[in-house]
Design a protein around this ligand. Structure first.
Ligand code: ADP
Length: 505
């Protein structure tokens, strides 16, 4: 359970509110019950005292002592339960009902009230054994004689016991109610939040490959529906901006191609003029070189824009990636040799994917070319291709200069170069990895990079694996062999180094 999730926070909030309400409720119930029981007890004691006065003390003078004692012992016999009644006059007990037996209270030994100010008031007392009691004392002055005191008393034990039981119930029930509400509330919250979770999951996928997707509309008629509609409108606006950007790059590079070709043609024609002075020759050659570089950039930009926008024509066919890899590395071996770099290829079995052979070749060229470019003389490059977990995984690892952690997140951006001075010298355009990323995206692939500055860089590409039957494999290998024999790869040239420095975009 994520403590910061909306579900957990809402549950915690309402359980907190419930806890507060239950606390108030429990305190109110306990205090109310305590006040009610105490008042009932007081009323019962005062009523008893008043009854004794009205029924037995007022007629005492007329009826006599014997009648009084008989009536009192009949009405208030030494009993098993409350109340205790004691009538005294001038420190002499006229009648007392005796000890209470259930629960046992030795009340007969209680001292007689000494303070006349205590009359008509309730007070707490304890019996000989320390048991708590509530006492009420009432005075009655007969027409002929001294003040008669009537004491009534009862044990506080039943009241204390009741309140203790109530407290126990509240202390057990409150946490139990809170626990049930917390678990129930947490589980119940899952339902209304499900659309939000779905919305989040879908939103995670928007823009991973292309924007095309829309979020599901939550038909709740509330803020959630408005949120899903607003997010979709936002995606639409982003899509438009992105499409505009891609169109602009594609159009600009397309428009630049023709004048660039003309400029290069004109420069080449100028070079043919006899008797050119050496400075003029140098100037024209340098302009031609820059023209070539510009053409490469423009072509790369156009490719990326088209691949990203889905406008690039691709021949998606089942192919054996190991073939492409072997042929490409064979051609690039010379470039590695020139820098005394060991170029090792690890392939165990054919790996089939659906893809455009030329584009995938371009990916390998770009990655290996970078590895050679950024690995000092005497280094090592290991290219590995294997099928694992339904994916074709191509890894190019080098022991080169590596990439700093600050640059690492940006190397797939267009025109980004980790170290401008160094890469300019090596002739890079900063578009090689952007093309790799675009081709990867067009093949539903994923791209990973790991690097340790000054030590190594590893690029890994994963493409969906194509599972073929042995017969399909044999057919494919046969047709591939034919293609290689009949139609040599369009990139083959006399000098592989030259070929690949031109191919890498
Ligand atoms: P460039 O044409 O400059 O090589 P890329 O897009 O191919 O452009 O690469 C972008 C940047 O990433 C490079 O400028 C370089 O700094 C860094 N980079 C790419 N591959 C490697 C590598 N194998 N080792 C070290 N740095 C690399």
């Amino acid at each position: 359970m994520n403590r910061n999730s909306l579900r957990a926070r809402v549950t915690a909030f309402y359980v907190g509110m419930l806890a507060l309400a239950l606390l108030f409720f429990s305190v109110a119930v306990y205090a109310g019950a305590r006040a009610y029981l105490t008042r009932s007890m007081e009323r019962s004691l005062s009523n008893t005292a008043r009854t004794v006065v009205a029924d037995y003390l007022v007629p005492l003078d007329k009826q006599g002592q014997a009648w009084f004692l008989a009536e009192m012992s009949e009405s208030y016999p030494p009993g098993i339960a409350d109340p205790f009644v004691r009538v005294s006059q001038g420190g002499k007990v006229l009648y007392q009902s005796g000890d209470i037996r259930d629960p046992l209270l030795r009340v007969t030994t209680l001292p007689l009230p000494a303070d006349p100010l205590n009359l008509s008031s309730f007070h707490r007392a304890t019996d000989a054994a320390g048991q708590p009691m509530m006492m009420y004392t009432m005075g009655y002055r007969p027409p002929s004689g001294a003040l008669i005191l009537v004491e009534t008393g009862a044990s506080m034990e039943p009241l204390t016991h009741l309140l203790y039981s109530l407290l126990k119930i509240l202390l057990i029930a409150t946490p139990a109610i809170l626990l049930i509400s917390a678990v129930g509330g947490y589980l119940l919250m899952a339902r209304p939040l499900r659309p939000v979770v779905e919305l989040t999951e879908q939103a995670e996928h928007v823009g991973l490959t292309h924007m095309g997707k829309r979020l599901p509309i939550i038909p709740s008629g509330d803020e959630l529906e408005r949120l899903s509609l607003a997010l979709n409108r936002m995606i639409e606006r982003m899509e438009e901006a992105l499409a505009h950007n891609q169109r602009f790059s594609a159009d600009a590079s397309h428009e630049l191609r023709t004048p660039l070709t003309i400029i290069r043609g004109e420069l080449e024609a100028l070079l043919q003029i006899p008797d050119l002075t050496p400075p003029a020759m140098d100037g024209i050659s340098s302009a031609l070189e820059e023209g070539d570089r510009m053409s490469r950039i423009v072509n790369s930009l156009m490719t990326i824009s088209r691949l990203d926008g889905g406008g690039e024509r691709m021949e998606m066919l089942p192919i054996d990636l190991t073939n492409i890899l072997q042929v490409t590395l064979e051609h690039m071996g010379l470039m590695a040799e020139e820098k005394e770099i060991a170029l090792e290829c690890q392939i165990t079995a054919p790996v089939f994917v659906t893809g455009d052979a030329m584009r995938l070749k371009q990916v390998i060229v770009n990655l290996v070319d970078n590895a050679i470019k950024y690995t000092p003389n005497g280094g090592r490059i290991t290219v590995r291709l294997l099928a694992e977990n339904e994916r074709a995984a191509l890894t190019v690892a080098d022991t080169g200069i590596g990439i700093s952690p600050e640059s690492l997140p940006h190397v797939f951006e267009r025109f980004y170069r980790a170290d401008r001075a160094r890469t300019r010298e090596s002739g890079g355009t900063g578009l090689g990895l952007a093309i790799v990323k675009a081709i990867c995206g067009a093949h539903d692939g994923t791209l990973f990079i790991e690097s340790e500055e000054g030590k190594s860089t590893t690029l890994r590409i994963e493409l969906p694996l194509l599972n073929l039957s042995p017969r399909q494999v044999a057919d494919l290998q046969h047709s591939a062999a034919q293609t290689v024999r009949v139609q040599p790869t369009p990139m083959a040239s006399e000098d592989p180094a030259e070929e690949f420095s031109q191919t890498k975009m």
